[in-house]
Design a protein around this ligand. Structure first.
Ligand code: COA
Ligand code: ZN
Length: 328
């Protein structure tokens, strides 16, 4: 496999994850989770969203969360905004980066932000101006890039047209989002092969949901094409309140485990990430979809049963040596 040596992960659990939690998560607990995530070495965190507080009540404390987190210089703290009003709030709250949202399908865009795609682009043009004045970088996400829960297929030219309009208003970083986990690896490859040569110099991110257990295969397909930025959620939290059938993002610790097992670096301390994931399970009060928290890492070693040990003793020494120390 042809894979990059290093990838950058943006943790989106505190936004994409917490936004669909039915019980309001106290601000202090959100802050604690963001601080734990940053301490694990995550370079990018989507902390919250500056959206209408009645539409997404869970992030109504966006300003307070931003004010209370302990900022690490090595972490870029971003927030999601749908319009210039959100961008002004985000800049005033001191974000390091703005993440915007528009869908590739009209029906999801209307359901999510009550705007047509064209109306959203005009709002995002104003967002770019706010960000430019504040010298804050912007990354533009495109929801339903690989399928829409209301329209099913989203043709690649439709995604291309949204990318083109975002690039025209100044986007330099674009995230393709599989909002309800409809993408498959071949489709991801086909889409990227179509778009990447058309828009040189763009920093591409893949934002996956594991609704149909295809998130990590999709990420591998994108990595083979040179994509090095991925969004994920601690524990596999996540889902869009305005996309029926949406469920969690690819789980951050499962993805990091997979990458490290393949020798791909992330700069993240997996043990600390696993500890953060356990804390997030306490905060949301339920078991999350993440597998590594349950299974342990691939090099977990179980004690050999006595009866097996007795028979192993009679085998050549090489076998005993292999059992002596974990594989490097
Ligand atoms: N933050 C806070 N308030 C906002 C806001 C923002 N980013 N954007 C608009 N508002 C307020 C306006 O000031 C206005 O307030 P008023 O009634 O007191 O005058 C009110 O919302 C209506 O403004 P309007 O532009 O007509 O918004 P809308 O009702 O059509 O809603 C969005 C549009 C985009 C604000 C709303 O749909 C939204 O917040 N969506 C976010 C969805 C989301 O987070 N999805 C999950 C992530 S992908
Ligand atoms: Zn998402």
């Amino acid at each position: 496999m042809k894979l990059p040596d290093r990838v950058t992960i943006c943790e989106v659990g505190p936004r994409d994850g917490f936004q669909i939690e039915p019980e309001f998560i106290p601000t202090e607990q959100k802050v604690e989770v963001v601080d734990l995530l940053a301490a694990s070495g995550l370079e990018r965190i989507e902390v919250t969203s500056f959206v209408h507080p009645k539409v997404v009540p869970q992030t109504r404390d966006a300003e307070q969360v931003m004010a209370k987190i302990r900022r690490r210089p090595s972490t870029r703290y971003a927030a999601l905004v749908p319009n210039d009003k959100g961008a002004v709030r985000a800049v005033d709250a001191g974000v390091d980066a703005i993440h915007t949202v528009v869908s590739a399908s009209e029906s999801h865009n209307l359901a999510n932000v009550n705007m047509t795609i064209a109306e959203s682009i005009e709002k995002l043009r104003a967002v770019m101006q706010v960000a430019e004045r504040a010298r804050v970088p912007v990354a533009c996400g495109i929801s339903t890039s690989f399928g829409c829960p209301f329209e099913t297929e989203v043709p690649i030219p439709q995604v291309e047209s949204v990318v083109r309009r975002l690039v025209d208003i100044g986007a330099r970083a674009i995230g393709l989002a599989d909002t309800t986990g409809m993408a498959n690896p071949r489709q991801v490859a086909r889409t990227l092969e179509h778009l990447m040569p058309k828009f040189p110099g763009i920093e591409w991110t893949l934002h996956t949901h594991d609704t149909r257990a295809m998130a990590i295969p999709n990420i591998l397909a994108a990595m083979e094409l040179g994509v090095t930025h991925f969004d994920s959620s601690i524990g596999g939290l996540g889902g869009c309140p305005f996309a029926p059938g949406a469920s969690g993002n690819v789980c951050t610790e499962d993805l990091v485990h997979c990458l490290h097992a393949m020798g791909v670096r992330t700069g993240i301390d997996l043990d600390r990430l696993l500890a953060a994931s356990r804390r997030v399970q306490d905060v949301v009060g339920r078991t999350l979809p993440g597998q590594i928290v349950k299974a342990g890492t691939w090099d977990r070693r179980y004690p050999v049963p006595d009866a097996v040990a007795a028979r192993l003793g009679a085998l050549p020494a090489a076998v005993a040596v292999r059992l002596g120390a974990p594989r490097a």
